[in-house]
Design a protein around this ligand. Structure first.
Ligand code: FPP
Length: 227
């Protein structure tokens, strides 16, 4: 099973407490650690975390720099946990548009965990669904093929992690009902689950609730189902 999460509400969580937005991201990172553990314990095979979108650069440099620092801290601090749990780290998004030290940090974590066969954690960082599709089209274009004969599979094969199955469930915290440019192609048939809770408040129990709700859904993939 592949679960994608839009980790929203860090800023509002902080504002409610009269704290800096950055404090919200720090607590958001702690929530991400809890959810990675909970997902791994529950047998989730792929977990995509939307940590930073291509649009998030519109925020103040102080905030974007802080989030990048957290990513670095996360990757370094959790390495033992990945090793123990055989968790494989991957990246979705435009690495070329990341600060070079962050891109290098991610590349190292991806390389160090490449052989692990436990859960795969896909960090969507400098990620946008439209940007991913645009980069996929550019990869196709340089293959010098007959573009009139291109298939959906050909496009899917040029996405950032073509071997990762489409998400079954996309979770969004903090109550907004939108995809915000997350997994636009891959999420075509994903079930959506929105929770009012701000991301820093998320625990393993919230993930369990989302997974329970998913199990009750009737997925028809455009067909008429079994009645
Ligand atoms: C959305 O909340 C959250 C982000 C833009 C950043 C998410 C980053 C983390 C949780 C830390 C890094 C995580 C990992 C796994 C390395 P918001 O700031 O948009 O909240 P708001 O809508 O309430 O303002």
């Amino acid at each position: 099973m592949h679960v994608g999460i839009i980790m929203d509400g860090n800023g509002r969580w902080a504002q409610q407490r009269g704290l800096m937005r950055t404090q919200g991201h720090l607590e958001g990172l702690k929530a991400a650690k809890r959810i990675v553990k909970a997902a791994s314990d529950r047998g989730v095979q792929y977990l995509t975390l939307y940590a930073f979108s291509t649009e998030n650069w519109k925020r103040a440099a102080e905030e974007t720099g802080f989030i990048m620092g957290l990513v670095k801290q996360y990757l370094r601090g959790e390495m033992n946990f990945y090793r123990q749990n055989r968790i494989r780290i991957r990246h979705a998004g435009d690495a070329a548009g990341l600060p070079p030290d962050i891109a290098a940090e991610i590349a190292a974590a991806v390389a160090d965990t490449r052989e692990f066969t436990g859960m795969q954690v896909i960090l969507a960082l400098n990620y946008g669904g439209r940007d991913e599709l645009l980069r996929a089209v550019k990869r196709l274009a340089v293959q010098d093929r007959d573009m009139a004969a291109v298939t959906e599979d050909d496009i899917a094969a040029c996405l950032d992690n073509p071997d990762v199955p489409d998400p079954d469930l996309i979770i969004r915290s903090a109550g907004e009902y939108r995809l915000s440019n997350f997994l636009l192609w891959e999420g075509a048939y994903a079930e959506l689950y929105v929770s009012a809770k701000f991301w820093p408040d998320w625990t393993g129990d919230d993930l369990a609730e989302a997974l329970d709700a998913y199990r009750g859904r009737d997925r028809r993939f455009g067909g008429i189902g079994e009645g």
